[in-house]
Design a protein around this ligand. Structure first.
Ligand SMILES: Cc1cc2nc3c(=O)[nH]c(=O)nc-3n(C[C@H](O)[C@H](O)[C@H](O)COP(=O)(O)OP(=O)(O)OC[C@H]3O[C@@H](n4cnc5c(N)ncnc54)[C@H](O)[C@@H]3O)c2cc1C
Length: 363
């Protein structure tokens, strides 16, 4: 396999810039490249890991892993009507590049998901979402290689949206098909008529302050508002290494919520409706819990919960190729945050990015 590199350093391939090394690495440009790489992995007893821009991973030592850098490109129209278009987008395309492309071509729906880092192939994995919109709402089909137990017999296959089981920051690619399906293409059905999605107060108030009173709020305006809000709040991983929000917002039951609320009347939360049942659940703002636990902006050994958004674990200070922060240090810091929040609120924060190798989770 011509493009294969052994004992390859992944520092430039993960947004925390951790100095991980993998046993083998291959940048794959076609489906046939993937098939060959899978054969190689099978012959050399390597695990396989699909990687995009590394904006949602914590990477440790992966000596028995072949990392596939998913670099398949192309966008094509699969079908089109007066009202909608279905696009097939190859997995290596930039997510934000796709959002820009769609707004330019007047294919609507993705504006609220502007500036989310990463590639198209990773978007379905955690069903990326922002400002009230999730990518799963638009997906009609996913193509990819199902690995099963035998990488050599991996076949190119298709999944319907239903089979992907999209939920809040979740999909089948994080559960039954976890690390067992290499996405090669994503199909999205987008609208030809623009309807702004403005449930989020932050978005509404930005637009009302920044768009002239009588002007029409078009897709470009919404996309630009999302970009501006994100740039104010979130650190650019190119400047301050981070993988976005590090913890999920915990969901608690009525009893836990009432207990917390009685002691913390300022608790930041949203009430969830659980499918036609009479059960109440509450999603707590993990960033608020972290801030109240006194951890926002406090540095421990080169790591901190970001001062402008406490949910983001970021590296602080000088970051160089030779700085010695490794995945274990990140996990130890995350445990410290989890402990403090647990002590203060008796709530466990769950880690959002994917950790490789899985043993990192028991650090
Ligand atoms: C500053 C910042 C802000 C962020 N904001 C948001 C946000 O608002 N909403 C949100 O949902 N996320 C957000 N994220 C998280 C991240 O951008 C998304 O999860 C993104 O989809 C990850 O893309 P990636 O290419 O970097 O994936 P990677 O980090 O490379 O991979 C993530 C996971 O997907 C798997 N994967 C990648 N490509 C494939 C493929 N082709 N086939 C199968 N599996 C694959 C990997 O194995 C891994 O498990 C943010 C991250 C950062 C750094």
């Amino acid at each position: 396999l011509a493009k294969l590199k052994l004992n390859y350093r992944l520092t430039e391939h993960n947004c925390l810039r951790l100095p991980a090394t993998c046993g083998a690495y291959c940048c794959v440009n076609t489906e046939s490249d993937i098939q060959q790489a899978l054969d190689y992995a099978r012959d050399h007893a390597f695990d396989v890991l699909a990687l995009g821009d590394g904006s949602n991973v914590v990477l440790g030592e992966l000596s028995q892993t072949l990392v596939l850098d998913i670099n398949l490109h192309g966008v094509e129209i699969v079908s089109e009507t007066e009202h909608a278009v279905v696009l097939k987008i190859m997995a290596g395309e930039s997510w934000h590049g796709l959002v820009e492309y769609c707004v330019r071509h007047q294919y609507y729906g993705l504006e609220n998901l502007a500036l989310i880092p990463g590639r198209v192939g990773a978007a379905p994995v955690q069903n990326i979402g922002a400002y009230g919109v999730e990518v799963g709402d638009f997906i009609t089909q996913i193509d990819g290689f199902a690995l099963g137990n035998d990488a050599r017999n991996a076949k190119l296959t298709s999944l319907t949206a239903d089979q992907c089981q999209f939920a809040y920051r979740d999909s089948i690619f994080k559960r039954a098909l976890r690390d067992n399906f290499i996405i090669t293409a994503v199909y999205l059905e987008l609208h030809k008529q623009f309807t702004p999605q403005l449930e989020y107060q932050a978005l509404r108030s930005y637009l009302s302050k920044n768009v002239a009173h009588n002007s029409i709020i078009d897709a470009e305006a919404v996309k630009n508002a999302v970009i501006a809000i994100r740039q104010q709040k979130l650190p650019d991983p190119q400047v301050i290494p981070n993988v976005g929000r590090f913890f999920k917002n915990p969901v608690v039951d009525e009893q836990t919520f009432q207990h917390l609320f009685a002691h913390n009347p300022n608790l930041a939360y949203t009430q969830l409706t659980v499918n036609n049942e009479n059960i109440k659940q509450y999603k707590l703002a993990a960033g608020w819990l972290i801030e109240q636990a006194g951890l926002k902006g406090i540095e421990y050994d080169g790591l901190a919960m970001y001062e402008r958004q406490a949910l983001v674990l970021a590296r602080v200070g000088q970051v160089s190729e030779h700085s010695d922060i490794a995945a274990q240090d990140v996990m130890r810091f995350a445990r410290r945050v989890q402990r403090s929040v647990k002590q203060r609120f008796s709530v466990l924060l769950e880690i959002e990015p994917r950790c490789y190798p899985a043993s990192l989770l028991s650090c």
